[in-house]
Ligand binder design. Structure first.
Ligand code: SF4
Ligand code: SF4
Ligand code: SF4
Length: 182
């Protein structure tokens, strides 16, 4: 059975942009459900999203709080590829793995996946990422964005686990070597 948090989360755009000041859409949904956040903190969801949350929670709708940003038309990020130095900072910042590339290689954004969340813009050291208007309303392909985000979170958790296991093996090998020398 769906919880209240699930139903609130289902109304959020899933861009994971953090403009609401939470680390992702779900923590914001949890804060709304517990009464710790208002329903008007999500610029990508805009007035339509606030109205939907108000209906779900049976409260009066209110305007978007401008402290959290403004509602914008759909946009996708574009890398000016000839300026890219392949630093991978944008890949690390993208919450839904919508950027492909490798260290010291040119990077490219998958326009059909990008939600225009803007999180890759600031980390780029050479300012070669811009936002372009799009007719693809990717910001509202919520299920797809959510799945890509969850896959990235899972992959990062796996990488942390694998690193911890490698460190453990390295320490054990080192301890064995030291003991053998004694
Ligand atoms: S899409 Fe809305 S709810 Fe999700 S992180 Fe961005 S501002 Fe927060
Ligand atoms: S490519 Fe940039 S703007 Fe697009 S989803 Fe990833 S971080 Fe957000
Ligand atoms: S952050 Fe900028 S320079 Fe670095 S890989 Fe991404 S687009 Fe290229």
């Amino acid at each position: 059975m769906k919880t209240l948090v699930d139903r609130i989360d289902a109304l959020l755009p899933q861009t994971q942009c953090r403009k609401c000041t939470f680390t992702a859409c779900r923590p914001y949904a949890e804060a709304i459900a517990s009464g710790d956040a208002n329903i008007n903190q999500c610029p990508p969801g805009g007035q339509k999203g606030i109205d939907a949350l108000a209906t779900l929670l049976d409260v009066k709708s209110i305007p978007l709080n401008p402290e959290y940003g403004e509602e914008k038309p759909a946009r996708v990020a574009l890398i000016i590829e000839e300026d890219c130095i392949g630093c991978v900072k944008c890949i690390q910042a993208c919450p839904i793995d919508a950027i492909i590339g490798a260290a010291k290689q040119m990077h490219t954004i998958i326009a059909t996946e990008c939600t225009g969340c803007e999180l890759c813009i600031e980390p780029c050291p050479v300012d070669c990422i811009t936002l372009q208007p799009t007719s693809n309303d990717n910001g509202y392909q919520t299920e797809k964005a959510k799945m890509r985000y969850e896959a990235k979170v899972q992959r990062q958790a796996q990488e942390i686990k694998q690193k911890a296991e490698r460190d453990k093996r390295r320490k054990a090998a080192l301890a064995k070597l030291i003991a053998a020398k004694k």
